[in-house]
Design a protein around this ligand. Structure first.
Ligand SMILES: NC(=O)c1ccc[n+]([C@@H]2O[C@H](COP(=O)([O-])OP(=O)(O)OC[C@H]3O[C@@H](n4cnc5c(N)ncnc54)[C@H](OP(=O)(O)O)[C@@H]3O)[C@@H](O)[C@H]2O)c1
Length: 368
């Protein structure tokens, strides 16, 4: 029997910054190295605000491949007939406009986190994606990590009982007192602050372990939150939020925190279940190590298991593989990280911002 050829997805890359560099570096990793022989990623175009930067990116990040077209405008990438899927790596506040343009051009879209600046923007993208019948996904790479898939199986199978309390933190020390105020982590015009930039990562663990739990029946959580804002620019330096999941068969609480002026703690995620604890070491966005502690009735640890994951590349290739498979199969959303979860993410962030009177400058949010 002849072997089936791998599906080739042709990518157009929007922007040439830090995360686009990591993503493209991972697209070049041979999928066979991660047991994904069914897909091939081909970069066909790179768009930047300057054609020189696009060319430099191709030369330095994409191996100087002469077949990749450099463009000095994002629109030229959307219009390129040799592009199937668009990757968006611009700052948060541009995601909505960039994604909308790509959707209108009929392209599949993979958009960095946070997927938009607010919920109305995301709802508008949802409507547009349905109207143009295109695939759309947030590049929430954590949900596709091999460790995350394993933790999901462990929780759903109930080997440690039901989850009851989950703690997760993502902090990053950005040295904010020595950072230009125009840096995207500090600048309100670029959606700066801890919540929008780092908040998606503690949140993903609550969604994976509690929202997606079979006993939760997709019940949305109640949200309470608190913010500290830096006097530098008024964006949140430290945000904590609690999500209470109270369906008829699951009662669980997530206590989530994020900071832009601290290093990440270890452990980064602790999931306390009725018969044991799951401990996940940082970095929580692409974790490689977990420890399972099984308890007896008194809470004494009776067994401990540690597992370490390894793979080639940085881990951004996992969501790229998901996009390729969904496009190949004609799907318009991922079953793993689809519209329901990203709409919930933005609803939670909007609620937290409202509870803490955290406003972005007029005009930054394109849909209100
Ligand atoms: N998944 C992850 O692990 C991860 C990690 C870090 C960041 N992110 C997300 O990725 C996005 C970009 O973050 P980053 O750290 O890569 O940012 P970055 O290094 O500043 O790059 C952003 C790029 O966007 C383009 N851009 C377009 N308009 C811009 C403007 N007015 N100001 C600045 N840049 C503009 C620029 O590319 P051109 O000049 O080529 O047009 C720039 O290089 C953010 O939404 C962030 O949350 C994700």
């Amino acid at each position: 029997m002849a072997a089936t050829s791998p599906f080739v997805l042709r990518w157009g890359i929007i922007s040439t910054g830090g995360i686009a560099t990591k993503f493209v570096t991972d697209l070049l990793v041979d999928p066979k190295s991660r047991d994904a022989p069914d897909v091939v990623h081909k970069i066909t175009a790179v768009g930047s605000r300057s054609v020189e930067k696009a060319q430099e990116f191709i030369d330095t990040v994409a191996g100087g491949d002469k077949s990749i077209k450099p463009y000095g405008s994002y629109h030229d990438v959307y219009a390129d007939k040799d592009v199937d899927a668009i990757y968006i790596g611009t700052p948060h506040t541009f995601h909505y406009v960039n994604a909308l343009d790509a959707i209108k051009a009929g392209k599949s879209v993979l958009c960095e986190k946070p997927v938009t600046t607010n919920l109305p923007e995301l709802r508008a993208l949802h409507t547009a994606a349905k109207e143009h019948n295109v695939f759309f996904m947030e590049a929430m790479w954590t949900r596709f990590q091999p460790l995350s898939l394993e933790i999901k199986r462990i929780i759903d199978q109930g080997a440690l009982g039901d989850p009851v309390v989950l703690h997760a933190d993502l902090s990053g020390n950005f040295d904010i007192h020595n950072l230009p105020l125009t840096h995207r982590i500090l600048d309100p015009a670029l959606g700066g602050g801890a919540l929008l930039d780092l908040g998606p990562y503690p949140l993903i663990w609550a969604i994976l372990a509690l929202y997606e739990h079979p006993k939760n029946n997709s019940t949305k959580p109640q949200i309470s939150s608190s913010m500290l804002k830096t006097p530098l620019t008024g964006v949140d330096s430290n945000t904590s939020f609690t999500l209470n999941f109270t369906s008829s068969s699951l009662s669980a609480q997530a206590i989530l925190t994020c900071s832009i002026n601290l290093n990440a703690p270890n452990p980064g995620v602790i999931i306390r279940c009725t018969r044991g604890t799951i401990i996940i070491e940082p970095p929580i966005y692409c974790p490689k190590v977990y420890i399972l502690q099984y308890h007896d009735d008194s809470g004494k640890i009776v067994r401990e298991e540690k597992r370490v994951f390894e793979y080639v590349g940085g881990g951004w290739h996992f969501p790229a593989d998901e996009v390729a498979r969904c496009v190949r199969d004609g799907k318009k959303e991922s079953e793993v990280w689809g519209w329901d979860k990203i709409l919930l993410e933005m609803e939670i962030f909007d609620t937290i911002r409202k509870q803490n009177d955290f406003n972005l400058p007029p005009g930054v949010e394109k849909v209100l």
